[in-house]
Design a protein around this ligand. Structure first.
Ligand code: GAR
Length: 203
């Protein structure tokens, strides 16, 4: 069975959705480890409780971005995963790191990319008055939040939404779409053709 490593920085609810999907058999892949960039990340406890190996690679302990990226890559490689999943990982990774894991590095982003790359996506969606918002799972490329899109989920934006209500509505979708995208990956159903992801629908 294929194995994945999840990178987190905080709450870890998307990570938990992956562990749940693996435990229930909906996701035919097993978690090799959860790695956090923050020693105090809430998600670490949930991972340990689920019996998954955890590691912390804290950027504060490294003299440069490149040294951090190297240490993180080494920590991941020790588990030899088939797939590396950024699930609320709040660090920008350098080009060498991205190249090293190219084709097996995916990210979940809380907007309908290419709209609202970067931070504070829900606040910016409200400020722009968009009627629909959502989340995107994509392959990571050196171009921040712009890699080939595997899956998206859409939610309506209501007149009385505030950041908290909108982010909660999107998060519910994130918890569905990320395990689904990972399942497609581990089932070898995804190919990238000219920057677009094709899903093998014959299975
Ligand atoms: C999620 O909404 C995820 O999409 C977002 O952080 C949140 C993490 O929540 N990721 C990014 O903003 C990446 N740029 P979680 O820790 O509960 O999964």
């Amino acid at each position: 069975m294929k194995r994945y490593v999840v990178l987190i920085s905080g709450r870890g609810s998307n990570m938990a959705s992956l562990l749940d999907a693996s435990a229930s058999g909906r996701l035919p892949a097993s978690p090799a480890a959860v790695i956090s960039s923050k020693p105090e990340a809430e998600g670490l406890r949930a991972a340990r409780n689920a019996g998954v190996e955890t590691r912390v690679v804290d950027p504060a302990r490294f003299p440069s971005r490149a040294a951090f990226d190297d240490a993180l890559a080494g920590t991941i490689d020790a588990f030899s995963p088939d797939l590396v999943i950024l699930a609320g990982f709040m660090r920008i990774l350098g080009n060498d790191f991205v190249r090293r894991f190219a084709g097996r590095l995916i990210n979940i982003h809380p907007s309908l990319l290419p709209a609202f790359p970067g931070l504070n996506t829900h606040r910016r969606a409200l400020a722009e008055g968009v009627r629909f918002h959502g989340c995107t799972v994509h392959f990571v490329t050196p171009d921040l939040d712009h890699g080939p899109i595997i899956a998206q989920a859409v939610v309506p934006v209501f007149d009385d939404d505030i950041e908290a209500s909108l982010s909660a509505r999107v998060l519910e979708k994130e918890h569905l779409v990320l395990p689904q995208a990972v399942a497609w990956f581990v089932e070898d159903r995804l190919t990238v053709v000219e920057g677009r992801v094709r899903l093998d629908a014959s299975r």
